[in-house]
Design a protein around this ligand. Sequence first.
Ligand code: GCO
Ligand code: MG
Length: 411
Amino acid sequence: RMTSIQTAEVVVTSPDRNFVTLRLTTEDGLVGLGDATLNGRELAVVAYLREHVLPLLIGRDAHRIEDTWQFLYRSAYWRRGPVTMAAIAAVDVALWDLKAQAAGMPLYQLLGGASRTGLLAYGHASGRDLPELFDSIRDHLDQGYQAIRVQIGVPGLTAVYGVAASPRAGGGRYDYEPAGRGAYPAEEDWDTRAYLRHLPAVFDAVRNEFGPELPLLHDAHHRLTPIQAARLGKALEPYDLFWLEDATPAENQQALRLVRQHTTTPLAIGEVFNTIWDYQELIREQLIDYVRSAVTHTGGITHLRRILDFAAQYQIKSGIHGPTDISPVGMAAALHLGLAIHNFGIQEYMKHGTRTDQVFHQTFTFTDGYLHPGDQPGLGVTLDTDQAGQYPYEQAYLPYNRLTDGTIHDW
Ligand code: GCO
Ligand code: MG
């Protein structure tokens, strides 16, 4: 029997940061949610959905997930790209949410059922210097994290990606959010040679302090050339990283070949990718170890599952993107998918703020370093539209970098 989509709306809310959520209702009165948040470019996806997608959804059969995906992807003609794929992702996830609710099952059951009892999560530790970094790592261990991403300030630079400016007032937490509210992006500074000199000593100090077992990760955020990335990977080998992320600008798949030839440090890439084609050579030639795409930015569960199944044939695992710019809806989708697939690797997880938790009621849990999506039918997330209405959109931009001589650089 067909179940038609009755209403489709986009909810924009900014409790602790901006989130874009697609909300579909069916003739049966079920409500399905999808995350469409594209950090710093949110309203482009809002317009794409409102102007070009929502009118096409009314009256469609909510159960035809694959058909709707192919319809939106192929009929647009202008394929791929973050805005298109975030819009398609939101529709896809909302339809999976509806189907699982209709089935009376948590979504992971429809994806094949649980392949493990929980998802190992990593948290973001950072500090402007070693004492701050150590405090932040200890704080994360106290919260239960069993894997830690390490980001640190570089001597001589004032603002570096991934480093919280200061412990959050009152709470003492060191949380990092790259998007700054305001009408213009913040300028940061960068010096690759200073970074490459500094980082190995930092990992040496962290290993001495916290021992050999703790899984440690690092994000180079696209700032290196292939030869610089190769050198960094090599220099970090003694510290046994879980992964080195986004060592080079992600769009050049060939770059990873050179990095790979020179280092056994595992490589993760893909948070800015949005289709399977971005991974074609990386996966087939086994140039990476982890797929970093978000459900939210990669065409939803349907398409990310396809990428991860392709990756599985090459022993490449998931490392689904999960910073705070992925909403609780996008996080829940990642958790259901991660619980079901065989080639799960690790899940990024930063806690959202308390206001966000009041807007999005969640059933997923974080216990002793492991996440679980919970067993409510569907995604297990509901949107409190009254609460959401309290927090209108606020303009926010991701930053940019300049080198000492003023040249713009990847941040
Ligand atoms: C990560 C990412 C984020 C991005 C952010 C941009 O590894 O979590 O690099 O911190 O910078 O998602 O919006
Ligand atoms: Mg990253």
